[in-house]
Design a protein around this ligand. Structure first.
Ligand code: CTP
Length: 407
């Protein structure tokens, strides 16, 4: 069904890649194996060639590699690049953009989703360098499968064991299989912080990176939705295929959301909108420092609450489905449940932003979904995975209220 590039690097689990290749084929995919030089020390190319019925390429300067149309087309035709096992070495190269063989250059050349299954000794897996490299890859949207815990080839017991081939296949299949659950639906998603200018040089902002909202917009697009993304100041690249409306302040975001909300099926307010702005607006000139130790007092006024305004405007209608976020540092459930009611929305994604592995500026999130039926605690997962869970809930809600929406 899809063409999958299966990268095999030189981990002891390289032999398991044969099983992953088989599993991917059984799931209906075509597989091209791309081996690193060290993978050849562990498993023979003939095994992969016999199973995949395709030539294995390791080095981009290999005779034939540049004349072989199939391999040149690989970067554009590949539906996914899977690297299993991914050693600490290959993870480092991918993180740094080193392209010194066929696999690493394919990684840079492809725009297809990338899935890696790390496998190494526990100490290596926990080394700061590997932790940072994996965080970097996760931040670029690379999907990471495993590793598991157990007996390692080096005799240790711990984390670093290559994910089972069935898990690698399942993760890949879920990513490449066209998901049409949101086809024909129109989504408006907000992301990022807002900046309230004090003067031409300074602003009041917050620590939102925009990652969560971008992940929702990208996943919604992948599931077939038409997506408008209202994006606050954010340095990350928005996903392809979505219409981006750039804004800066809470007031600009309010205006953009209200303009685009009518006719949408869903609005997801993932942006961290400023609650206060500078009274009287920004100073036209740079504010000079006070002489002596005179303090500077800023007067701030409340911004309009976009989500609450949407809730009032939507009232008891079934559309758009309204989804808010609740960033909390204490009383997570009670505060989030309060927002569900006061803003009249259908779903609140609550997260404790004081956790080091959740909230702002990190790749992962731990969330609780709260709706009229109660609270569902979700495990620690990447923001892309969480986006999938949230969109699953949204798709269910849309399906169950379709009749009401037509009434
Ligand atoms: N929100 C909004 N407009 C604002 C402030 C917040 O639309 N002016 C939205 C956010 O996008 C989010 C939800 O409201 O989806 C909750 O935001 P949060 O900052 O957690 O709560 P606040 O309502 O601002 O309340 P507080 O800061 O007091 O917790």
């Amino acid at each position: 069904m899809a063409l999958i590039g299966l990268g095999v690097s030189g981990g002891i689990g390289a032999y398991k890649a044969v099983e992953s290749a088989r599993g991917l084929q059984q799931a209906g995919h075509e597989v091209v194996a791309i081996m690193t030089a060290s993978a050849h020390q562990l498993v023979g190319r003939v095994t992969f060639e016999a199973i995949t019925q395709r030539r294995v390429i390791t080095d981009q300067f290999e005779p034939g590699a540049n004349a072989d149309i199939e391999h040149i087309a690989l970067a554009s035709d590949m539906a996914a690049l899977v690297v299993a096992p991914a050693t600490a070495n290959i993870i480092g190269k991918l993180a740094l953009g080193i392209a010194d063989d066929f696999l690493t250059s394919r990684y840079l050349a492809t725009r297809a989703p990338v899935i890696i299954a790390p496998a190494m000794n526990t100490n290596m897996f926990e080394h700061e360098a590997v932790v940072e490299n994996l965080a970097k890859l996760r931040g670029r949207g690379v999907h990471i499968v495993g590793p598991g815990e157990g007996y390692l080839a080096c005799g240790w017991i711990g984390k670093g064991r290559l994910a089972e081939p069935a898990d690698v296949v399942a993760a890949t299949d879920a990513i490449v299989r066209p998901d049409a659950t949101l086809t024909g639906r129109r989504l408006l998603v907000t992301a990022g912080p807002t900046y309230e200018d004090l003067d031409p040089v300074r602003y009041l902002g917050n620590r939102s990176s925009g990652r969560m909202g971008l992940a929702i917009a990208g996943e919604a697009r992948r599931r077939g939705a038409d997506v408008v993304l209202v994006l606050g100041p954010c340095t990350l690249e928005p996903p392809r295929g979505v219409e981006v409306v750039r804004v800066r302040s809470a007031a600009e975001m309010h205006a953009a959301v209200m303009t685009h909300a009518s006719g949408t099926d869903v609005v997801v307010m993932a942006a961290a909108v400023a609650d206060y702005t500078v009274a009287g607006g920004a100073e036209p000139q740079k504010i000079k420092k006070r002489t002596g130790d005179g303090a500077l007092t800023l007067t701030l006024t409340r911004t309009d609450d976009i989500l609450a305004d949407l809730g009032r405007w939507r009232a008891d209608r079934a559309r758009p489905v309204l989804v808010g976020f609740a960033a909390e540092t204490e009383d997570l459930l009670a505060s989030a449940a309060g927002k569900l009611e006061s803003k009249r929305v259908d779903l609140i994604v609550a997260n404790d932003v004081s956790r080091p592995d959740g909230g702002f500026e990190v790749e992962t999130n731990v969330a609780v979904l709260i709706d009229a039926h109660g609270a569902t605690e979700l495990p620690l997962q990447s923001k892309t995975e969480l986006a999938g869970v949230i969109l699953g809930r949204i798709a269910d809600r849309l399906a169950s209220t379709d009749t009401a929406a037509l009434a």
